[in-house]
Design a protein around this ligand. Structure first.
Ligand SMILES: [Zn+2]
Ligand SMILES: [Zn+2]
Length: 178
């Protein structure tokens, strides 16, 4: 079985040389020339429905899980490079199909699929994530601003934080290279 990580397009350069980046986005960046695993990408009609607000996030996640349930995880994994980094656009820790796919593969393969460079403790398990609204919940982590000491929403994987309360910049420590 391959060694699998997850990450996103903007962090792809952090991956070690032996890890082959594999897009699992339905629509990868225009410039993407790398490998793709289309099986793990959300179906077009599902993505359109959620992006246009026709279905709520809860229904999207349920239907994406139903899509996964139709696949054979071992067959999907067998088609990946020996060491693969599964990529979509979302920041690390975001409640999105990348973590759902990773957790689905973890359950089937019995192996951990880490978000590259991010400790497991920083990842809300997708199955337990209380997200009902991407806009409100895309940043479930809060951190204390170095300057004004207010608790502000913070994005995993983005070490430079612009404090929305005081407008000053500070560095987050949890973005550590593995
Ligand atoms: Zn995503
Ligand atoms: Zn501040």
């Amino acid at each position: 079985m391959p060694t699998i990580y997850t990450s996103n397009f903007s962090r792809v350069k952090l991956l070690p040389a032996e890890v082959v980046p594999v897009s699992i986005a339905r629509w990868p960046p225009r410039t993407w020339k790398g490998a793709r695993c289309i099986d793990l990408a959300p179906p077009v009609e599902l993505l359109r429905a959620v992006k246009t607000g026709k279905i709520p996030i809860a229904e999207y996640t349920e239907r994406y899980r139903a899509h996964l349930a139709k696949l054979d995880p071992k067959a999907v994994a067998a088609k990946l490079p020996p060491s693969a980094g599964l990529l979509c656009f979302c920041p690390p820790g975001f409640y999105c199909h990348r973590r759902f796919a990773a957790e689905w593969l973890e359950a089937a393969l019995g192996a951990e699929i880490p978000e590259y460079g991010i400790g497991r403790e920083m990842l809300v398990p997708a199955a337990a994530a209380p997200c009902t609204d991407w806009t409100a919940d895309m940043l479930p982590w809060r951190t204390k601003c170095d300057h004004c000491k207010k608790s502000v929403p913070s994005k995993l994987g983005d070490p430079s934080m612009l404090c929305p309360a005081c407008g000053k910049t500070f560095q987050l420590e949890w973005d550590r290279p593995a």
